[in-house]
Ligand binder design. Structure first.
Ligand SMILES: Cc1ncc(COP(=O)(O)O)c(C=O)c1O
Length: 389
């Protein structure tokens, strides 16, 4: 057999695949998996049933996505953020937000182009960037506050920057960035003239005082802003992999070409179903937030009861805990990775070590935290043996 492509060699097995395997082997309670197990919302079930009745041919959707779905997406940007998005020319439906990210990187990045990422970050940004030969610059968000600082932004985002990849609400820290921080970011991007991809998949999962602000409130699409999001996160059903990308019409023409030659289009039935879901979005959101808010509170109370300090999540569905906190439970470890190995093998609890969310996975900051997913049922929390209930 001949060799696979050389640029595949930059890829390693994802930390999720590794931890899932370990969780199965050790029959562990799995708080590593980053997806909810809180049931399928009624609105999703009803919408899929309606779509099944209405879709008479089950054939390809247009490559841009079903028009009524794009119209609903455009409507929610107007309603929630007062951001105007043209459903005809500025929205592309994608195979999850992951494909929106991938298309953006494929369409914008040449070998050697400078790309700024904020670490810790969603795991799929770096592999694609490495395969494309990008020159990756890292903005290190340091815990426990994970703040954006104006001076640091201006030092890292320069005229040499081609693209900045930003995520808000932030996985894994749970930060919801403030208007002031987003203004600093927009100013740095404007000064540089670079593109900004704002990954907002957890846009509707916020818990505190701070509402989620769409990056479109600070920067226009014509200034090089792209936004992606995910129906999987908004409706707690990640299996459908329906996402979208928003960008200026000029850029979208080019990225649309990539879509035409990649998957061509994504599930029409699911797009129709999520059209109906988005029609009921405003009514659905309070119960959705309440459900996730309750599980967040439960896991936070459990950690607090065990005297474990953690980073309070303002958004998303993750909680970070410094690995040294577990010394209070008699578990000594030199890193998040070591702690996760001990937890899964000896205490049947699977968590994600955060080192793989950094460019330099050996730094002390990268080794510091482990990530727990709280979008799990209460009975799952009760099965965690290492935590006193
Ligand atoms: C920050 C972030 N972006 C993108 C994604 C991917 O979303 P999707 O499942 O729609 O591809 C995830 C999934 O965990 C995520 O956490």
């Amino acid at each position: 057999m001949k060799n696979s492509a050389t640029n595949l060699h930059v890829l390693e097995e994802s930390i999720f695949a590794q931890m899932t395997q370990k969780a199965i082997t050790h029959k562990a309670v799995n708080l590593a998996q980053g997806f909810p197990t809180l049931g399928v919302p009624l609105i999703v079930k009803d919408s899929f049933q309606k779509a099944l009745q209405v879709d008479e041919n089950h054939q390809y959707a247009p490559f841009q996505g079903v028009l009524s779905f794009r119209q609903q997406i455009s409507l929610y940007y107007k309603k929630f953020y007062d951001v105007t998005v043209d459903a005809g020319t500025e929205v592309l439906v994608t195979h999850g937000a992951t494909q929106a990210i991938y298309l953006t990187l494929m369409g914008l990045i040449d070998k050697g182009d400078e790309v700024v990422v904020f670490s810790p970050h969603y795991e799929s940004y770096l592999p694609a960037l490495k395969m494309l030969g990008a020159n990756i610059k890292e903005y290190l968000l340091t815990g426990p506050d994970f703040a954006l600082e104006e001076e640091k932004l201006n030092t890292i985002i320069t005229s040499k920057t081609k693209l900045v990849i930003f995520n808000n609400p932030h996985n894994p820290s749970g930060r919801v960035f403030t208007a002031k921080e987003l203004t600093f970011l927009a100013q740095a991007v404007r000064r540089s003239g670079c593109f900004l991809l704002s990954d907002e998949v957890y846009e509707f999962l916020t818990y505190g005082e701070e509402r989620h602000r769409c990056m479109g409130e600070f920067l226009s699409l014509e200034e090089g802003l792209l936004i992606c999001s995910s129906m999987g996160k908004t409706f707690g059903v990640t299996g459908h992999k329906i996402g979208h990308l928003i960008s200026s019409s000029i850029l979208m023409k080019k990225l649309g070409l990539l879509q035409q030659h990649q998957t061509f289009s994504v599930s029409k039935l699911a797009q129709m179903a999520f059209t109906y879901c988005l029609e009921g979005l405003e009514e659905y959101l309070p119960s959705f937030r309440q459900l996730y808010g309750k599980q967040r509170k439960e896991l936070m109370s459990l950690l607090a009861k065990n005297q474990l300090d953690f980073v309070i999540p303002e958004g998303s569905y993750f909680i970070l805990v410094d690995h040294r906190e577990f010394e209070k439970k008699g578990i000594k470890s030199s890193s998040g990775k070591e702690l996760c190995d001990i937890l899964v093998t000896k205490h049947q609890l699977a968590a994600i070590p955060c080192h793989s969310f950094y460019l330099n996975s050996n730094s002390s900051e990268a080794q510091r935290y482990i990530r727990l997913c709280f979008a799990k049922e209460s009975k799952t929390f009760k099965e965690i043996k290492i935590l006193a209930h």
